[in-house]
Design a protein around this ligand. Structure first.
Ligand SMILES: Nc1ncnc2c1ncn2[C@@H]1O[C@H](COP(=O)(O)OP(=O)(O)OP(=O)(O)O)[C@@H](O)[C@H]1O
Ligand SMILES: [Mg+2]
Length: 257
């Protein structure tokens, strides 16, 4: 029998907390420090995490940044706004359960969908049930006022989003965010994908707060330490092999390296 091969759903993990915090955690901590500095005047607290395509480390970065902010005593909430692949609750080890979908439908209260995590000062708002038409949620007054309340309640609101080139959700989300943190992954994203995504943001007048280069191995590429502000590193993966390095129909020269 022939089965259709399912896309492997892998999730990131928290590397900035726990017993064996790796050396690479400083990438997320440096990112946190930049975020804290950027928000010195209190106007940059809702941060939209974006990248051109999938699997560039958005959810992993969103959650590690949130935990790192929490470790600094900043009350932080991650909002699962990738309605297509909501994975942040798994990274933060919280049950999906009811979420934004149920709140918008009126079958759940705010208190049901804001969930504490095991990490100090870090909460999460989960997506809940699948949402057929995400723009209808983003455009609703109920969603907008909920986001305003989160901004009033928390020091930081980290919005984990879907990739720019795969959905136009980012346009709606930008209405409730203070700007975009744009990620690009080493050996994964092509230059043209990054250019296209940045053009999309520019076309829609969306502010880019900063950029993060993910998934390269600083041991192998020590020169990047000075070229880029942040790096992150997952110790169990010495190098981002397989899916991360192999994109069909594109030459390796196209990839960010
Ligand atoms: N810095 C990193 N180094 C190596 N692997 C990473 C890194 N960050 C994330 N990953 C791995 O890459 C995969 C995708 O990560 P993640 O889910 O964070 O990406 P994403 O951009 O949110 O993807 P999607 O667009 O599908 O939501 C996961 O298996 C995760 O463990
Ligand atoms: Mg994601």
């Amino acid at each position: 029998m022939l089965f259709k091969r399912k896309r492997k759903e892998s999730t990131g993990r928290i590397v900035v907390a726990g017993d064996n915090v790796p050396v690479g955690r400083c990438g997320y901590d440096r990112l946190r420090d930049n975020v804290l500095f950027m928000n010195a005047d209190g106007t940059t607290k809702a941060i939209q995490i974006e990248s051109a395509v999938s699997d560039e480390g958005k959810t992993t970065t969103a959650c590690n940044l949130a935990v790192s902010l929490g470790q600094s005593g900043k009350k932080t909430v991650v909002v699962e706004l990738d309605f297509h692949h909501p994975k942040a609750h798994r990274v933060l080890k919280v049950a999906g359960g009811t979420g934004i979908a149920e709140y918008i439908l009126g079958t759940a209260d705010k208190s049901d969908i804001i969930k504490h995590t095991e990490y100090p000062y870090v909460d999460i708002v989960t997506r809940g049930a699948a949402i057929d038409n995400p723009p209808l949620v983003y455009m609703s007054e109920k969603f907008k006022s909920f986001m305003t309340e989160l901004k009033d309640t928390y020091d930081y609101v980290i919005l984990d989003c879907a990739p720019i080139l795969q959905s136009s959700d980012y346009i709606h989300i930008s209405e409730v965010s203070d700007g975009v943190l744009f990620l690009a992954a080493h050996s994964r994203t092509t230059r043209s994908q990054v250019e296209d995504a940045v053009k999309e943001l520019g076309k829609n007048g969306i502010k880019i707060l900063g950029s993060v280069f993910t998934m390269y191995n600083p041991k192998k590429n020590p020169e990047y330490r000075s070229m880029y502000g942040y790096y992150d590193y997952q110790p169990e993966q010495e190098e981002p092999e397989d899916g991360l390095n192999n994109i069909k129909n594109e030459t390796s020269e196209d990839k960010l390296s």
